[in-house]
Design a protein around this ligand. Structure first.
Ligand SMILES: *Cc1c(COP(=O)(O)O)cnc(C)c1O
Length: 456
């Protein structure tokens, strides 16, 4: 199809939206390893998981076989408020780069939470409500997940308790206020409201917290409050399942115009947006129907894929959660304090970890000053101020497009633009003032994290 026949923005109609999520595990020969009980090291049973997560989500978590799972009508109706999301042809960026490459991005920042996280937040809140629960607890780092979940809970009339990493709570008061606008209670973590929080505070007085710590507190709050369950915004199989709506819409839109991506790129924190974007394409690759180059992009300061170990590890600092087999830096790993760009979780989705381990995808780590350069370059020509997390994918997409300029190849590059960065202007400010530095952990730094891996 000629270039000028492809619009800047490809929108699907509501009736073209997928009515099922796609479960990539169904097509994986090597399934992701099961979650293990941290005490017995036996696979977690549905009953054990049911104490922490709501029933329907436990089923989805354990289901390695159903390729498609219906999206309930109520969730589809909610999706219609902000989906289908646009697939954008980055004509302006291509021109600026002088590349023959064709660049597309799927933009998930068109909702108040400012990111793709709402796709799973509404699903998790819906199943909790359906089970007759009173509320949910969760953790949030930068605040996007807490915001998305607060919105979803407000919509469904569910209580929402968010444990927010203390340093973000103090440095990102606006995120906190958005969550409170939606009626959530927001507690800085570690706090003295849980046993695990009190223990961490006693051991590390003055700590500014971490995601792993906030997860421990949120899990404890859920299991000790009647009518509550815990929900998590990334990493888990169920979250990748919900996020498959991103990839399914992308595939429908591309098929409609006869476009086939050569390279698919996404940023990777816990792996949910990348897993969702690539799902239907990975399915084709696993079934031998098509081939795609798939690249995960992570921060050089938190390099789970590129320098982590593929091992069973704790998902949280307090070691109360099940063990997951994943690429990990160790649950005690905390990125250097100058790290500004999100994607700071120590582990990675077990599904993506297995696919990476089996050679179905690549990973690369990028330094944050180059990430913010890419963010600025993109903002100046595409008119969207990207989240620092998303800008990891932009960096890799630009790098690939520049390679095409050098080789003259007109490759088609697709990347996930997960959200907007308006709450991250302190990080942009540091970059503009030349105060942003890159810290790459040494092998010695990483050894300390690996030393904390559980003995199996
Ligand atoms: C949370 C978040 C990410 C990273 O999380 P994944 O689970 O790896 O997708 C990326 N971009 C934005 C905007 C986010 O909010």
């Amino acid at each position: 199809m000629a270039k000028n026949e492809i619009p800047y923005k490809i929108y699907l109609s509501e009736s073209e939206m997928p009515d099922k999520w796609y479960n990539v595990r169904a097509d994986m020969k090597n399934k992701p390893a099961p979650l293990l009980n941290p005490a017995t090291h036996q696979p977690m049973t549905a009953q054990e998981l049911g104490g922490v997560f709501c029933e329907e989500l436990v089923k989805q978590e354990l289901d390695n076989d159903s390729a498609y799972i219906d999206i309930p009508t109520e969730i589809r109706d909610f999706y219609k408020m902000y989906r289908p999301s646009p697939l954008v042809r980055a004509y302006c960026l291509e021109k600026k780069l002088g590349t023959p490459a064709k660049i597309y991005y799927k933009f998930e920042g068109n909702n108040t939470s400012g990111s793709h996280k709402l796709n799973s937040a509404i699903a998790q809140a819906y199943y909790a409500k359906n089970q007759g629960l009173k509320g949910v607890t969760t953790e949030t780092g930068a605040g996007q997940w807490g915001t998305a979940l607060s919105m979803a809970c407000a919509y469904l009339g569910l209580d929402c308790k968010v444990y927010m990493v203390k340093v973000s709570y103090e440095q990102k008061p606006f995120r906190r206020e958005v969550m409170r606008t939606y009626g959530a209670s927001v507690t800085p973590s570690p706090s003295d409201t849980t046993n695990v929080g009190r223990k961490i505070l006693a051991e590390f007085p003055g700590t500014t917290g971490s995601l792993g710590c906030a997860i421990s507190e949120a899990v404890e709050a859920a299991v000790s409050t009647p009518g509550y369950r815990y929900v998590l915004g990334s990493v888990l199989n169920q979250v990748l399942l919900h996020q498959s709506v991103i990839g399914l819409e992308t595939k429908i839109a591309m098929d409609k115009y006869g476009i086939k991506p050569d390279i698919i790129i996404g940023c990777a924190g816990g792996g949910s947006n990348l897993g969702g974007l690539i799902s239907p394409f990975m399915g084709e690759k696993l079934r031998g129907e098509a081939d795609y180059r798939i690249i995960a992009v992570e921060p050089a300061s938190c390099p789970s894929f590129t320098r982590g170990q593929f091992a069973y590890d704790f998902c949280d600092t307090g070691m109360v959660c099940p063990l997951a087999k994943m690429y990990t830096l160790g649950s005690g790993f905390i990125p250097a304090p100058n790290h500004a760009g999100g994607l700071r979780y120590h582990g990675m989705s077990p599904v993506l970890s297995q696919l990476y381990h089996d050679g179905y995808m690549e990973a690369r780590a990028v330094e944050q000053t180059r990430v913010f350069q890419a963010a600025e370059e993109f903002a100046r020509c595409e008119g969207i101020l990207p989240a620092p997390e998303s800008s990891h994918a932009i960096r890799a997409a630009i790098d690939e497009a520049v390679k095409c300029r050098e080789t003259g190849e007109a490759k088609t590059i697709l990347f996930g633009l997960t959200g907007t960065g308006y709450f991250d202007m302190v990080a942009y400010e540091k970059f503009h003032n030349g105060e942003m530095t890159d810290y790459i952990p040494t092998d010695e730094d990483l050894e300390k994290g690996f030393a904390g891996l559980p003995e199996m």
